[in-house]
Design a protein around this ligand. Structure first.
Ligand SMILES: Cc1cc2nc3c(=O)[nH]c(=O)nc-3n(C[C@H](O)[C@H](O)[C@H](O)COP(=O)(O)OP(=O)(O)OC[C@H]3O[C@@H](n4cnc5c(N)ncnc54)[C@H](O)[C@@H]3O)c2cc1C
Length: 456
């Protein structure tokens, strides 16, 4: 592979491929080095039980303009997430059902929950997503976790449980792991807390007919096949006055004028950038650990939950399955349910035998939707914590204190090295949308330098 190009992109996920495609469109030569033997990173679409299933990222919402524009440009079709019917809520070990958007909680808890959502949305508006450290109470909020804020400001058990459930569903982490400032910034960037959790009009509104990995597959088609190199984990990105040398773990090299590193920060931690890598950037790599998810999909002969008037949506503060959705194909064909182990339950189950994880997930589905859930046609699961080139999902989460200390280093280029990846996005952080946003931004940065007058 020893080769020379204008730009080398490290990481063949959605961010890296968006950057590569956009840079190639300017006429520059680009090579993509991807560690895995496939493209798409945190998206993975597979055939399970004869239908198309996403084991990684899958939903998009109407406010996610970057990914929607990309999908439309690539001609990828979407369909609405099914949500009609009764929902299941498991709190304090008991199952409750409800319709619409108001969960079945005691009146005092509901009032407290409404007040908490208003309060969080109002606080979030004070945090500029492009620079959370500029918020008026940034240092105070970044020193707090969401859990600590909840203990002080949310008195009822029901509102506390609902906030825990929402935090786990949105971040794949426990409230005790989340910087309150980072939480508020995320809420502001995504238009409020409720749109993050909802299907209709929210972040779970639509899915891709061909699965979310089709975004990456299509983007790669715009690049020369020999310049998209799989099974090429990068171990060093070293620069001198004239360019960048990128070396893989098996000793192959690519020389380029500029590099775009589009791995999660936690994975960049394993790459040697040389002794000059600024301390702030080193902290970014060390202090954005990934969330914790195991995703399980089961396919069935019939959509028995729909037939019983259930939507397929369930949330639980007990677990191990903490979140469920209907996962049928368009027009309801290929009946399926999807469930998530999140935060501490994902950590408790990571690395366990596949059969045990699948059985436990089916038992959870059965508790929510009925005993027919125990007899699927096919089951598939992905333990994202155990994936060497992700080490968790959905994304990297700044530790308390990190955003105020080194938030500026998330996007600041290091010499000839530019950074992409959903963690570096301003608005869609953590989402497919953020991956596309970051890839477009990195491509613009590099294209500007490639065409600038003066020495290369
Ligand atoms: C279970 C799950 C559910 C999710 N649900 C949703 C959802 O419904 N909607 C949504 O919008 N988002 C969702 N997400 C998040 C979404 O998938 C990610 O935000 C997005 O895919 C990130 O893209 P990326 O390109 O930034 O990073 P990645 O996809 O992680 O791409 C980085 C790439 O770098 C590669 N790499 C790592 N180290 C090296 C190295 N040393 N050398 C070379 N290559 C390397 C990796 O293999 C990977 O391919 C979900 C994620 C998961 C896992």
């Amino acid at each position: 592979m020893d080769t020379s190009v204008d730009v080398v992109v490290v990481g063949g996920g959605l961010a890296g491929l968006t950057a590569a495609r956009d840079i190639a469109r300017t006429g520059a030569t680009v090579a993509v080095l991807e560690a895995r033997d496939r493209l798409g990173g945190r998206t993975l679409t597979r055939d399970v039980g004869g239908g198309t299933v996403d084991l990684g990222g899958q939903w998009v919402g109407p406010h996610q303009h970057h990914v929607l524009r990309l999908a439309d440009g690539l001609g990828l079709k979407r369909f609405a997430q099914h949500h009609q019917g009764t929902k299941v809520l498991e709190v304090r070990g008991g199952l409750r059902t409800y319709r619409g958007k108001v969960p079945s909680l005691p009146l005092l808890s509901l009032l407290d929950l409404q007040r908490t959502v208003w309060r969080l949305d109002a606080l979030a508006k004070k945090v500029p997503p492009e620079k959370p450290a500029a918020a008026p109470r940034a240092a105070e909020w970044d020193a707090l976790t969401l859990e600590q804020w909840k203990q002080r400001h949310v008195p009822t058990w029901g509102a506390r449980a609902a906030l825990d459930i929402a935090a786990r569903a949105v971040f794949a982490a426990e409230p005790s792991e989340l910087s309150f400032l980072s939480f508020l910034s995320y809420v502001h960037a995504n238009g409020g807390l409720m749109p993050l959790t909802e299907v209709e009009g929210g972040a779970q509104a639509e899915r891709f007919v061909d699965g979310a990995q089709s975004l990456s597959r299509r983007l790669a088609q715009a690049l020369p096949p020999e310049r998209v190199v799989l099974s090429a984990p990068v171990r060093a990105v070293l620069q001198d006055g004239r360019g960048v040398t990128v070396t893989t773990t098996d000793g192959r090299t690519v020389r380029a004028r500029y590099a775009v590193v589009a791995t999660p920060p936690a994975l960049a931690e394993h790459i040697d950038f040389g002794a000059d890598l600024p301390a702030g950037r080193r902290r970014v790599h060390a202090e954005l650990p990934m969330g914790s998810v195991i995703k399980v999909v089961a396919t069935y002969a019939r959509p028995f939950w729909r037939e019983a008037g259930l939507s397929g949506e369930a949330v639980s503060d007990v677990g191990p399955v903490r979140l469920c959705f209907d996962d049928c194909g368009p027009q309801g064909h290929h009946p399926a349910l999807v469930g998530f182990f999140l935060g501490d339950t994902a950590r408790a189950w990571t690395g366990r035998p596949s059969a045990d994880i699948q059985r436990t997930a089916l038992e959870g589905f059965a508790r929510f939707f009925g005993p027919q859930a125990l007899t699927p046609i096919a089951v598939a699961e992905l333990d994202w914590k155990a994936e060497a080139f992700s080490t968790g999902c959905y994304g990297g989460l700044p530790r308390p204190g990190t955003l105020t200390a080194v938030g500026d280093a998330l996007r600041a280029p290091f010499g000839r090295v530019h950074w992409a990846g959903t963690e570096t996005a301003i608005h869609g952080t953590g989402y497919l949308d953020g991956a596309v946003e970051s890839g477009e931004r990195a491509a613009t940065e590099v294209a500007t330098r490639l065409t600038a007058p003066g020495p290369p």
